[in-house]
Design a protein around this ligand. Structure first.
Ligand code: HEM
Length: 407
């Protein structure tokens, strides 16, 4: 997500956050804490100014003086299908266009609608857990990788046999956000071809659900009307693809992280075993303690200053969610994983008008995963040390292997 800029002279004194160095990612929290304790803002070694403290991060996300950063331009693409698609999606819009899209899309993600999907989600979790419990062993691909796509497939109404294809296409699409892919014509062509396939599939789903409504999110969106307003077919296609994308690596990462944290904190897992209703609080704490989204970006609509630091219209600022969530000014005992903590203002799903639209769904997925993992096992143990993937704005691991004993 990060591009290379010539740093502004006014940012020369900000502490450097060396995100271009793999060593900085081994203990990302220590890297961020060093800069955060020195200043509310840092500068990455690629020249991107970054907000590090809870108050500044929340302020920028909630302020109407900023808009969503142009992620595609930031990685060097300024035209083409991938660029066009991103600019048709909700993230690219400011109010009032954003408000209208959000109102129409939100129908699919109300707490009630998501609760209706719980039996589907629980079934997918049970199916994924069963073989792992039988053999006493769980790999990253057995659980954390299969859940998000199967659940997304279930709630969008994608047939099981197509889910693996979707997984590959979505990975291909997501690679468009890497600077390296953007500089490689073959990489760009692959991204655009994955996008085209996903768009064609989504267009077919829209046609099908209009003729034969089902109990899935696409049917809800196709039917949703707000007075005389409704989503056009082009908007439906752009956003079905966006949802598949937005709920993919994020939920994969969050499921891996939740699994890892349960294994590393048996005392907390025992609390969930005793009282499975704590899975909601556990997910809130997972999302605070190790948010899968390292940062997002915003750009000022006009030149401005925060805490005496100047920012220039249209130049991106990194908004580091992972750092805000561990800011001791924002949270007591910020570095402690405690599912019983009482303050509930995590920042892992963002804040302000772009707050994650799929948060209810993502939380339901994670809650079912956490509940299933805790209650169906007597113990979960990591069989090796886990290493965070470096340079990934969406965090996760290459490997996650666990020994599981059924309850
Ligand atoms: C654990 C999983 C997830 C995480 C950590 C996550 C995180 C986020 C974050 C941080 C944002 C705000 C970005 C910003 O302000 O710059 C966001 C926005 C968004 N997310 Fe999620 N997300 C997750 C799952 C999902 C799912 C499952 C869906 C949909 C099915 C989804 C759909 C969206 C949409 C549509 C937006 C844009 C909202 C807007 O611009 O108004 N997300 N997400």
């Amino acid at each position: 997500m990060e591009s290379t800029f010539a740093p502004l002279p006014a940012h020369a004194d900000l502490p450097v956050v060396p995100l271009g160095d793999a060593a900085a990612w081994v203990d990302l929290h220590a890297t961020l804490a060093a800069a955060r304790e020195a200043s509310p803002f840092g500068i990455t070694d690629a020249g991107l100014p970054v907000a590090l403290r809870f108050a500044e991060v929340e302020y920028i996300l909630k302020s109407d003086q900023f808009e969503f950063g142009d992620l595609i331009a930031a990685v060097g693409q300024t035209e083409g299908p991938f660029y066009d698609w991103w600019h048709e999606t909700i993230s690219a819009f400011n109010p009032p266009a954003h408000t209208r899209l959000r109102r129409l899309l939100a129908a699919a993600f109300t707490a009630r609608r998501v609760n209706d999907l719980r039996p589907t989600i629980r079934r997918v979790v049970e199916d994924a857990l069963e073989p792992c419990l039988e053999r006493g062993y769980m790999d990253i691909v057995d659980f954390a990788h299969v859940l998000p796509m199967r659940i997304m497939g279930g709630v969008l109404g994608i047939p099981r046999e197509d889910v693996t294809v979707f997984d590959t296409l979505t990975d291909q699409l997501a690679s468009g956000f890497n600077v390296a892919t953007s500089k490689d014509p073959v990489g760009v062509a692959n991204v655009n071809s994955a996008l085209k396939e996903l768009q064609e599939y989504a267009a077919e789903m829209v046609r099908d659900r209009r003729a034969h409504p089902k109990d899935d999110i696409v049917s809800t969106l196709v039917q949703e009307r707000d007075g005389i307003d409704r989503l056009t077919d082009a908007e439906l296609v752009a956003h079905i693809v966006f949802m598949i994308f937005a709920g993919h690596d994020t939920t994969k990462g969050a499921t891996q992280i939740a699994t890892m944290l349960l294994a590393k904190h048996p005392d907390q897992t025992a609390l969930i075993r005793e009282n499975p209703d704590l899975s909601g609080a556990a997910v809130d704490e997972v999302m605070r303690y190790e948010s899968p989204v390292v940062m997002t970006t915003r750009q000022p609509l006009a030149d401005l200053e925060i805490e005496g630091v100047p920012f220039v219209q249209g130049r991106p600022i990194g908004v580091v969610l992972v750092s805000a969530a561990r800011d001791p000014r924002g949270f007591e005992r910020a570095d402690q994983f405690d599912i019983c903590r009482t303050e509930r203002r995590a920042i892992g799903f963002g804040s302000g008008i772009h707050f994650c639209l799929g948060a209810n769904l993502a939380k339901a997925e994670l809650q079912e995963a956490v509940r299933g993992l805790a209650t169906r096992t007597a113990s979960i143990e990591l069989t090796h040390d886990v290493a965070w993937q470096p340079f990934k704005t969406l965090r996760g691991f290459d490997e996650l292997r666990l020994a599981v004993t059924p309850s």
